[in-house]
Ligand binder design. Structure first.
Ligand SMILES: O=C1O[C@H](COP(=O)(O)O)[C@@H](O)[C@H](O)[C@H]1O
Length: 259
């Protein structure tokens, strides 16, 4: 049974006793948001991350979701991507394709990944252009309070250093206010070249979920969600503050052990 709570201005916090329980809750949450978005707008625009979150979404591939979710209305994006070939072991696209997308009846033309033949800067610019076209046709909604896209759901993981998407602590990409998608060539976690949604885009989403598991992330979880003093470092994960959207944290007991 998950413990639910809220942390001052840090959204809803769901703490799970096991990874199985977390996966079940995460699949239910995503399916409910999909149903609500399709009913309201006719589309479900979801941005994925790489890393551990993909295997934690595994329950979506089975019953009842294979029958109850309207997969034809899903449009897939990435909150961040490593600038490597699509068949490279480091590719977030490959990870999602191998373990999730290939098992779901998603329309291939609804899957929007980066162009892997470009430089990081070109790939970021082109990806932003693609998103702009889809905002124009309202496949991706637009924010009422910024000129940013309003994704129905952005799913994020968090590294032990508190990074989310490819927004790393003390990196200048955190300051980007104008671009929707930016690029970095100096990621402290390999591979070095990446593209990433910027904070304004993440904070304009209708829903943001951050999924964090394992004791190695307990300290960062405390700094990202807990009551901390002004002397504590402000991690990128703490900068996730949707302006009108809803923020939900999915933690296991170990990641939540210092909250
Ligand atoms: O490099 C990345 O790391 C984060 C966190 O990954 P995790 O395996 O620790 O959950 C991930 O969310 C991001 O998409 C990825 O590019």
């Amino acid at each position: 049974m998950a413990h639910m709570g809220s942390s001052k201005n840090r959204g809803e916090v769901r703490i799970h006793e096991s990874l199985d329980e977390l996966s079940t809750d995460l699949a239910d949450y995503i399916a409910e948001l999909s149903e609500a978005s399709v009913k309201e707008r006719g589309f479900f625009a979801i941005a994925l991350s790489g890393g551990s979150i993909i295997s934690l979404m595994r329950n979506l591939c089975g019953a009842p979701y294979s029958k109850t979710v309207d997969w034809s209305k899903w449009y897939i994006f990435w909150a961040d991507e490593r600038v490597v070939a699509k068949n490279h072991v480091d590719s977030n696209y490959k990870l999602a394709k191998d373990h999730l997308l290939s098992k779901l009846p998603i329309v291939p033309s609804h899957v929007h990944s980066i162009n892997d033949s470009l430089t990081a800067e070109e790939a970021a610019n082109e990806y932003e252009f693609v998103i702009r076209q889809l905002v124009r046709t309202r496949v991706v909604n637009v924010s009422e309070v910024s000129d940013c896209p309003k994704f129905d759901l952005i799913l994020l993981g968090m590294g032990p250093d508190g990074h989310v998407a490819s927004l790393f602590p003390n990196h200048s990409a955190l300051e980007e206010k104008n671009e929707w998608v930016t690029f970095i060539t100096t990621s402290p976690k390999p591979p070095p070249e990446r593209i990433t949604f910027t904070l304004p885009v993440i904070n304009s989403a209708a829903n943001v979920a951050v999924v964090v598991t394992g004791g190695g992330k307990a300290e960062a979880s405390q700094l990202a969600i807990g009551d901390v003093g002004p002397e504590c470092p402000v991690l990128p994960a703490r900068m996730i503050e949707p302006s009108v959207g809803k923020l939900v944290w999915f933690l296991d007991n170990q990641a939540a052990s210092k909250l």
